[in-house]
Ligand binder design. Structure first.
Ligand code: GLC
Length: 530
């Protein structure tokens, strides 16, 4: 098997707006990331993935791009980007950036031109404009709904107020979907990829990678099909259509034509591991996020099943499996696993489990501090479009996007210079969780991550490779990674004993006892050398 850095990398996701604010405007920026890079090197990550920092009205936190080849002034400049990239590379950290090809911002030049042009014009043909249904066209062209709630169509009005065509947006109305049957759209994105590859990026995370191609004629969604994140997706006429694969074959030829080892990573919320593996065939993408793993409950049988199906499906196409527990779209795993002390205990054990599995792992900023979801943001602070589009019933994803606490006892906790008002309020409870409060503190979440990541780098058995399940009591996940390296995770609430013991390399919590036999407290994981 050829070796590629991404096959075993620990990749740290930076939500740019919330990582570090160098200029005190309340939003993170590229210069802020640059200043903090040594901390990431100390943490031991192999790569960072930057969420969109491009010119954007931030209707969806930057996933609404108005210019794919420039940095939004609030995040910095292209020069800042080049500096960040060079500094990261000097520290041995690779850099992946986001590409958002399913839709642009409605502020993008193309969309403004489309609105100004006539129905049927070349300008409109870059997007999905359609006439409405019904005698006066006042019904949307089909029954699709937006992932953020409400209809997936918005009707244009001409300058004199006369209603005219509708345009499709699977997300917010400020995120019009592109028409990928138009060759100009292909050419544009291939050029955007080259623009950033030429600057030296190590790869791309592809936003909504399963969404760009829609079923011809845009048919109605069948009655009763759930449009949830992972349910019944291949029955939806706008997700996981076969045509997307041709796009990725073309993209792969581009990345292959560059020096170095550039990676393409799919964000594709596709339910079934075998369907996901189709994105990872040898001439397509290198990796896909493993959302089946992310959404698995804290249950040993379920976790084992997901690990097995993931490894089998990825192995069948020669791809390395990925693992992920948190990102900027989901409730942080401390909270998902129950919150409070128990949530944190499980989250830490879950992380050690993940980092011991074969393949690469995606970490989301703040999980190394054990940050919980912020669930009590005041309504007036909420910015996720989901809030308004759901008729204020779904609070959306802001709770996992609160800026990071670096140091100090009060807001902005070192996120920005003294006096900065962070774009989302930071809770007081962040003080004891700051990086400074945990650094060098035995037993802290930060120290556990740092130790585990260092071991992953040192021990050849970890990262890429194989695993073998070992016999274990009910509720315990126990497996071997070769060279005497093993991982045991007790998912139950009560202590268990394992027949064998060994040297404890890292533990997710206190109370592990390695005598003749190994005593593993409830909701605790260890790495062992036997
Ligand atoms: C992806 C992003 C999410 C964004 C959506 C629309 O799912 O991760 O944050 O809202 O795409 O671009």
């Amino acid at each position: 098997m050829e070796s590629h850095w991404w096959r075993e990398a620990a990749i740290y996701q930076i939500y740019v707006r919330s990582f570090a604010d160098s200029d005190g405007d309340g939003e993170g920026d590229l210069a802020g990331i640059c200043q903090k890079l040594p901390h990431l090197a100390e943490l031991g990550v192999d790569a960072i993935w930057l969420t969109p920092f491009y010119v954007s009205p931030l209707a969806d936190g930057g996933y609404d791009v108005a210019d794919y080849r420039d940095v939004d002034p609030r995040f910095g400049t292209l020069e800042d980007f080049d500096t960040l990239l060079a500094s990261a590379h000097e520290l041995g950290i690779r850099v992946i950036i986001d590409v958002v090809p399913n839709h642009t911002s409605s502020a993008h030049r193309w969309f403004r031109e489309a609105v100004a042009a006539e129905p049927g014009s070349p300008e409109r043909s870059r997007y999905l404009f359609r006439d409405g249904r019904g005698p006066d066209g006042s019904e949307p062209p089909n029954n699709w709904t937006s992932i953020f709630g409400g209809p997936a169509w918005t009707r244009l009005k001409s300058s004199d107020g006369v209603p005219e065509q509708w345009y499709l947006h699977l997300f917010d109305s400020e995120q019009p979907d592109l028409d990928w049957t138009n060759p100009e759209v292909h050419e544009e994105f291939e050029d955007v990829l080259r623009f950033w590859l030429d600057r030296g990026v190590d790869g791309f995370r592809i936003d909504v990678a399963h969404g760009m191609v829609k079923a011809p004629e845009l048919p109605d969604v069948a009655e009763g099909t759930e449009a949830g994140m992972l349910d019944g997706q291949h029955e939806l006429p706008y997700f996981d259509q076969d045509g997307v694969h041709e796009i990725y074959r073309r993209w792969r030829r581009i990345t292959d034509s560059y020096e170095g080892d550039r990676a393409l990573v799919a964000e594709a919320w596709v339910e079934d591991a075998d369907r996901i593996a189709r994105y990872l065939r040898p001439d397509e993408l290198h990796q896909a996020f493993n959302f089946e793993y992310l959404t698995a409950a804290w249950d040993a049988t379920r976790l084992r099943e997901v690990v097995d199906t993931s490894l089998a499906a990825n192995g069948a196409v020669g791809a390395a499996t990925t693992w992920v527990l948190s990102n900027h779209d989901v409730v942080r795993h401390v909270t998902r696993f129950g919150g409070g002390e128990q949530g944190l205990r499980r989250a830490r054990a879950g992380t050690l489990f993940m980092l011991a599995l074969p393949g690469s792992a995606y970490l989301y900023q703040g999980e190394e501090l054990g940050l919980p979801e912020v669930t009590d943001l005041p309504e007036e602070a909420l910015q996720d479009p989901t809030w308004e589009r759901s008729g204020r019933t779904d609070r959306g994803r802001d709770g996992c996007r609160v800026p990071l606490p670096w140091e100090g006892g009060s807001s902005p906790f070192g996120f920005g210079p003294e006096g900065t008002t962070p774009w989302l309020p930071m809770p007081e409870a962040y003080g004891p969780l700051s990086r400074e409060s945990q650094r060098g503190v035995e037993g802290s979440t930060l120290e556990m991550y740092t130790r585990a990541l260092r071991l992953r780098g040192e021990l050849a058995a970890l990262g890429d490779g194989t695993m073998e399940w070992l016999e274990s009591p009910e509720g315990v996940l126990y497996f071997d990674r070769g060279s005497g390296i093993r991982c045991a995770v007790n998912t139950t609430g009560a202590a268990v004993e394992l027949p064998e013991s060994g040297e404890v390399l890292v533990a997710s919590g206190p109370g592990v006892f390695a005598g003749e036999r190994l005593t593993l407290p409830g909701e605790t994981a260890v790495w062992l050398r036997v």
